[in-house]
Design a protein around this ligand. Structure first.
Ligand code: GLC
Length: 553
């Protein structure tokens, strides 16, 4: 394991090494005081992000939407939903971010629209076989009177993947396909009209000056010919990350779409970038999204899904650098987002929790808070030393745990409703951020309203409290980001080191990185000077669930 050099691909484009901070607009900062975050709220907090030291922000959807899936159900791709503000607010936010040297990526949702989208409303009003219906995936049902769905596919959010419509004359009619909620009908991406519409939507935002797109469900847009039945394994990850050969995930045709989009972005200056959300089972498959003529980045979900285990963590890092390197792309790294249990809780779970399941009052295997904090900090300390681009999710810089005790009646994730409460879903990672311990809604706004209730103990995670504490998670992240920049850790090579089976250890030039994932301290040896410790300790033995960056005499 020693002296094996692994390289991030060469090239100077910003996205190869950027630290990109995900803003979930509903829950970041709320200037209007209605309890839902908004674009002016984001603008008002950009200085805090600048101080943190990130390079770019990615905004989850803020476009016009009935919010059935928190904005991932878009009714108008070229406008801002009033709950988030206006296009002018967006332009102002973008200008203010750029003025601070922060790039801006927006979320694009091309797999499906809202059922309130003009096109879908036209499709409902039109006849079977019409050009209006051909923009979506309408089919006749099976059975004598078409009363059975066209196939047996199951929605990611639970229940069947087909919804039957009532035709204009009042009779039960065709069915349409929806991978997610019934309010999110899938587009038919074989239709040139759909392809042209999205080229135009890309240009709309590129012309406004965005630096790129995070592409939602980038592995789902093309369905296998014939729409044949598929029996998912019962233990399947809901977004496909654990399954092979699924007829609606990772079909070859999706890559043609991204090759096309690549040429659209290349018309613009400034290294505009695409980042795909493709939950594929292996890194080799994941890397197909970032071949040189396709997307620029894709999320490294195999890394996110790796449990707190040294052997598996070493292996996924090694394989990530190999597989992304083989196609000339940087690896990305990510531990948290708005769809998974926050890693400050997840890494200490003692029972399985598949993607999208969430944690609630009755969940098994809930984490110990102290263990979660220690592992969360150690995991981030390793991640921020790796070559490539890193995605952070709002609140992880505060060490926020998952909100695990949300009452049933405040839940909003469609997963909760479509599974009749069997899966809690993702609300626990989406609770509005605490900014000030002593303010209404912890400073999320001035009114005290909050679309999901904030746990009382979040006062201790508030940004103002952590800013005043040199040992806080915020202080750790700020220090890691500063050193990452000073030592140019986003690019270059990694040399593995051997500190035993329970350690993950490597060298970035003269900077050593080690994490202890075992049950006993790991001795680092003589002449060690620490640059960062994920939590304070004395001596040269790395405590359990701890990571450090250091130099050696
Ligand atoms: C993506 C989003 C998720 C959303 C789904 C449907 O996975 O990250 O939040 O529910 O797509 O759009």
């Amino acid at each position: 394991m020693t002296e094996l050099e692994q390289f991030a691909a060469p090239g100077s484009e910003w996205w190869r090494s950027a630290v990109i901070y995900q803003i979930y607009p509903r829950s970041f900062a709320d200037a209007s005081g209605d309890g839902i975050g908004d674009l002016p709220g984001i603008t008002s907090r950009l200085d805090d992000l600048k101080t943190l030291g990130i390079d770019a922000i990615w905004l989850s959807p803020f476009m016009t939407s009935p919010q059935k899936d928190a904005g991932y159900d878009v009714a108008d791709y070229r406008d801002v939903d009033p709950i988030f503000g206006t296009l002018a607010d967006f332009d102002e936010m973008l200008a203010q971010a750029h003025a601070r040297g922060i790039r801006v990526i927006v979320d694009l949702v091309p797999n499906h629209s809202s059922d309130q989208h003009e096109w879908f409303q036209q499709a409902l009003a039109a006849a079977p076989g019409s050009p209006e219906r051909a923009r979506y995936i309408f089919r006749d049902g099976k059975g004598e009177n078409g009363e059975l769905p066209p196939n047996n596919w199951q929605s990611v959010f639970g229940g069947g993947m087909w919804e039957r419509v009532t035709e204009a004359d009042g009779t039960p009619g065709q069915w349409y396909l929806h991978i997610f909620d019934a309010t999110q009908p899938d587009f038919d991406w074989t239709n040139p009209e759909v392809q042209e519409e999205f080229r135009s939507i890309l240009r709309f935002w590129l012309d406004r000056g965005v630096d790129g797109f995070r592409v939602d469900v980038a592995h789902g847009m093309v369905k296998a010919d014939g729409l044949h039945d598929y029996h998912a394994p019962t233990d399947a990850d809901s977004m496909g990350g654990g399954e092979q050969n699924v007829p609606y995930w990772g079909q070859d045709g999706v890559h043609d779409i991204y090759r096309d989009w690549h040429t659209v972005l290349a018309e613009y200056d400034g290294d505009r970038a695409l980042c795909g959300e493709a939950w594929m089972p292996t890194l080799k498959q994941t890397a197909l999204w970032v071949r040189p003529d396709e997307m620029h980045q894709t999320f490294n979900f195999p890394y996110l899904m790796t449990p707190w285990d040294a052997t598996q963590l070493r292996e996924v890092i090694r394989e990530s650098l190999d597989e992304f390197g083989a196609v000339g792309a940087p690896s990305t790294w990510v531990l948290s987002n708005h769809d998974v249990v926050r890693h400050f809780s997840r890494l200490a779970l003692t029972a399985d929790n598949p993607q999208g399941e969430g944690i609630g009052p009755l969940s098994k295997g809930k984490p110990d808070t102290a263990v979660g904090q220690a592992r969360g900090r150690a995991a981030s300390t390793v991640m921020l030393a790796l070559p490539g681009s890193t995605y952070l999710y709002q609140g992880e810089e505060l060490g926020l745990p998952e909100a695990m005790e949300l009452p049933d009646d405040v839940r909003q994730d469609p997963t909760w409703f479509r599974t009749n409460g069997e899966r809690y879903g993702r609300d626990g990672c989406r609770v509005p951020l605490p900014w000030e311990a002593d303010a209404p809604a912890f400073g999320f706004n001035e009114s005290g309203a909050s679309w999901l209730p904030q746990p009382a103990e979040w006062a201790t995670y508030a940004r103002d409290v952590e800013q005043a504490d040199p040992d806080s998670t915020l202080a750790l992240y700020t220090q890691l980001l500063r050193l990452r920049r000073e030592h140019n850790l986003g690019t270059g090579s990694l040399v593995w080191e051997d500190l035993g089976a329970d350690a993950v250890a490597f060298r970035r030039g003269g900077l050593h990185v080690a994490a202890n994932l075992g049950a006993e301290p790991v001795e680092l040896g003589e002449g060690v000077t620490f640059l960062v410790q994920s939590q304070p300790f004395e001596g040269t033995a790395l405590p359990v669930d701890t990571a450090a960056w250091y130099v050696k005499a």
